[in-house]
Ligand binder design. Structure first.
Ligand code: FES
Length: 121
């Protein structure tokens, strides 16, 4: 098992918000976390359509209602909890989930890392 990498205080991720992270200092936002209906979900920041990042600016992953993840490139919509694309170019495909944990100190941490290609290890 990989060493967990701290992302943020779990309590700082508020309902209907998403935050992007670069825990391996790649210079790119490689993953993002969403709090949706009280639960936290952690996704790789890569659209299943063309493999591009999902966000159009820092932490801009959700639609205006905060109930769907939006891909900036072509506007595909994804369920924040299942990661399933429900509208757009990659209908039926899904975001890639990442394993996470909350430390006893309250840090949201990713427990699997990605190599330089974005594949999980
Ligand atoms: S790259 Fe995401 S919908 Fe096309």
């Amino acid at each position: 098992m990989n060493t967990p990498l701290r992302l943020c205080r779990a309590a700082s991720l508020r309902e209907g918000e998403a935050q992007g992270f670069d825990p391996q200092d790649t210079g790119q936002t490689t993953l993002f976390a969403v709090r949706y209906r009280g639960q936290i979900y952690l996704w790789r920041n890569r659209c299943p359509h063309l493999g591009t990042p999902m966000n159009w600016r820092h932490n801009a992953f959700l639609n205006g209602c905060g109930d769907k993840v939006v891909c900036f490139a072509h506007g595909a919509l994804f369920e924040p909890d299942s990661g399933l694309c429900v509208q757009g170019a990659c209908l039926g495909q899904a975001l890639t989930p990442l394993a996470w944990d909350i430390t006893k100190e309250g840090w949201l941490s990713v427990t699997e890392t990605m190599d330089e290609t974005g594949n999980t290890e």
